[in-house]
Design a binder for this molecule. Structure first.
Ligand code: ZN
Length: 315
């Protein structure tokens, strides 16, 4: 019998929970600040090591996240967890630096059309803003997410050159951690494998993460392609919340519990306790008052007993 043992597959992955930012920003119901704080405090107990807690975007732009400072100041911090936030510009960075955020994320879409729709700037203008952010950041680390890295809802195919330009500029500005985001769910396992392999070849020293949306049902397949290409950092959101403003009704980010479940069943460690995580997803489902898209939240783990070991390790 041939055993499953792909050579480049990581043994451990790091999951960044982005539901509190990428997920909630698409939700119409504005979650009260104390409930956001409670959700993040509950996430602290799951073993997750990175949580994107909010965005310092202008409050008029995303009212859901207008309580960024209160959330960051209100949570109980755990040393093993990195608390991160999105900053759209210098002003956002200044606000973030008034809190004790650990890392900030700056998003530039590979396609100009999407970047203009998203932040009203061309890619070049956003890269100039990144330069300012890289200059002015104090203690917090800066990460860059390349949006629409695998396809754009406005122009379709996204040239590798556009992605390359953003990563190269980021690297030159001292940003050593970059995420490729499939913002509107246009990637497929082949495009993921090929694009990721090219980035790894061109930027062997950069730390690369992947951010998938399950808009067209390819989210976890794309994770598998990312694993096969050797990537060990993934974004996902609790319950699979989120959505896509350009595809109404479409599902959101890949669900964190689905991701944990899949890779743990494959023997890849996440450090995340699935039963604890499911409790938090359930709590979020109750707050939002609707069924969330995550599969494991509905069906439960395939082999519930196999996750009890993680439970013991955590306690
Ligand atoms: Zn996203």
């Amino acid at each position: 019998m041939q055993l499953w043992n792909p050579a480049d597959m990581p043994k451990t992955i790091l999951i960044r929970e982005v539901g509190m930012r990428d997920g909630l920003q698409q939700e119409k119901f504005v979650v009260p600040t104390n409930q956001k704080i409670d959700l993040i405090n509950s996430l602290n107990l799951t073993g997750l090591q990175a949580i994107e807690v909010t965005s310092f975007v202008h409050p008029d732009f995303v009212p859901q996240l207008s309580d960024a400072e209160q959330v960051l100041r209100g949570i109980q911090r755990k040393d093993s967890v990195s608390y991160e936030a999105l900053v759209p510009n210098e002003k956002g960075l200044a606000r973030a630096q008034d809190t004790d955020v650990d890392e900030v994320i700056f998003v530039v879409s590979a396609s100009d059309e999407h970047n203009l729709a998203n932040v009203k700037q061309t890619r070049k203008q956003s890269l100039l803003a990144l330069e300012k952010i890289a200059e002015k950041k104090k203690d917090c680390k800066v990460k860059v997410t390349v949006g629409t890295a695998f396809g754009c809802p406005f122009v379709g195919e996204v040239s590798y050159e556009w992605v390359y330009e953003i990563i190269k500029t980021s690297w030159e500005l001292g940003v050593h951690e970059v995420f490729l985001a499939d913002t509107t769910g246009m990637a497929n396992p082949r495009s993921v494998y090929e694009r990721v392999s090219q980035v790894r070849l061109d930027f062997p020293e950069i730390s690369l993460g992947l951010h998938f949306h399950d808009t067209r049902g390819m989210g976890l397949s794309n994770v598998l392609a990312g694993l096969q290409a050797g990537v060990s950092v993934y974004d996902s959101s609790l319950g699979g919340i989120g959505g896509c403003p350009f595809a109404p009704g479409a599902t959101g980010n890949i669900a964190t519990e689905d991701l944990v479940h899949m890779v743990e069943e494959m023997g890849i460690h996440t450090g995340v306790n699935l039963p604890e995580l499911l409790k938090v997803s359930k709590k979020l489902q109750d707050i939002l008052g609707r069924e969330l898209p995550g599969h494991i939240l509905k069906a439960g783990p395939a082999f519930p007993g196999s996750h009890e070991k993680d439970q013991r390790e955590l306690s």
